[in-house]
Design a protein around this ligand. Structure first.
Ligand code: ZN
Ligand code: ZN
Length: 111
């Protein structure tokens, strides 16, 4: 359930416009369209095939994300990509997300 740009075929990223509505913006050509899929929201999880994918506002997973030394709860691998994301109101600390470099499992840190 990934939205692609009708112009260039790139992935559409959900963003908020100035009215606070979620729109989809193409990261390659800047094409904008209305978010017709109600399930896609910034910070929300969508189901893509079997696994849950967290929708990122600014950058996509694996897009030059830094790696860190952390144990994957699924496969025991000790390296994962990580990124921070503001999940709720701005006065709460951002949540740290991890994605295992080996099996691709995603989890978040509540620390
Ligand atoms: Zn495009
Ligand atoms: Zn893993």
């Amino acid at each position: 359930m990934v939205m692609t740009c009708p112009k260039c075929g790139s992935l559409m990223i959900p963003k908020k416009d100035k009215n606070g509505k979620t729109i989809l913006v193409c990261r390659r050509c800047g094409y904008k369209m209305k978010n017709t899929n109600k399930k896609i929201r910034i910070g929300s999880k969508i189901k893509e095939g079997e696994k849950e994918v967290i929708v990122l506002e600014k950058r996509e997973i694996n897009d030059n994300l830094p790696k860190t030394h952390v144990i994957c709860p699924k496969c025991g691998n000790d390296e994962a990509y990580w990124w921070m994301q503001q999940t709720r109101s701005a006065d709460e600390p951002p949540t740290i997300f991890y994605k295992c470099t080996k099996c691709g499992y995603q989890w978040r840190s509540y620390g």
